[in-house]
Write a protein that binds this ligand. Structure first.
Ligand SMILES: *Cc1c(COP(=O)(O)O)cnc(C)c1O
Length: 237
């Protein structure tokens, strides 16, 4: 099978699982946007799916690599309208480039980074931001525990004219059971409903390749899928 067909099959399989999960939870599948995580994907693979018109939102976790691809590579220039999300840990010294390149910063977890983004965003641009919630005790995980994340949302509201805080993002702890995942996702989902009820287009980004179905059942509007889209299940393809 050609690589392009495999990618399209992967996409269709993910899309169909998303739809099923939404329907199981009594949700409208149309309110769920697939965020294609392209950070490990080959350029050719990303271009294949872009040409098919099936991906509209992409996620990158390294500013430099994303810049080279989405800002400098002429093959990507015709896809400038794709919504670009930064999903990694943002160092303040990369904020200037990030503010130019990305439409969404999904991993905001401190006010200093927000300040740097606000300072460097091009004139007239409003940068969307999700606050990252931390779901484990691990020191190495980015994000803030839920109560502090909610506090940061309050602080950020109206603090910068060109930063629009519009949701939460969270990464589930590895090895968590289904019940643990549901409990964690549900808490963020509840906070999201309370904090962003008055916010049109707000996003709740929960779920990755391993756990997106549970995340969608618990209310995710923006699951982030990398390996299921871009890894082939067949050997040697
Ligand atoms: C890499 C990454 C993903 C995608 O993970 P997969 O398991 O490959 O789907 C999602 N979210 C974040 C924050 C990531 O860094």
């Amino acid at each position: 099978m050609y690589r392009e067909e495999i990618l399209l099959q992967n996409y269709q399989a993910v899309r169909s699982s998303l739809t099923q999960a939404a329907l199981r939870a009594g949700r409208n599948p149309d309110e769920i946007t697939l965020l294609a995580v392209t950070k490990y994907a080959k350029d050719e693979d990303v271009l294949s799916l872009l040409k098919r018109g099936v991906i509209t939102h992409v996620g990158e976790s390294r500013v430099q690599q994303a810049w080279a691809r989405w800002h400098e590579d002429p093959r990507f220039a015709q896809f400038a309208q794709v919504t670009k999300h930064f999903i990694g840990h943002l160092q303040t010294n990369k904020a200037a480039k990030a503010a130019v390149l990305f439409d969404f910063i999904d991993s905001l977890d401190d006010i200093e980074t927000a300040r740097a983004l606000a300072k460097h965003a091009p004139a007239g641009k409003v940068l969307n931001a999700l606050v990252q919630v931390k779901l484990t005790q691990k020191q190495t995980q980015s994000g803030l525990p839920l109560p502090q994340a909610r506090q940061l949302v309050k602080q950020l509201r109206g603090a910068f004219e060109n930063i629009r805080v519009c949701g939460y993002m969270a990464v589930a702890p590895q090895g968590a059971s289904e019940n643990e995942l549901r409990t964690l996702f549900r808490a963020v989902s509840q906070a999201f409903k309370e904090d962003f009820a008055d916010c049109p287009g707000a996003a709740l980004s929960l779920g990755m390749s391993e756990d997106f179905e549970i995340a969608v059942e618990e209310g995710s509007t923006l699951p982030r899928i990398g390996s299921l889209l871009f890894e082939s299940k067949l050997e040697g393809v």
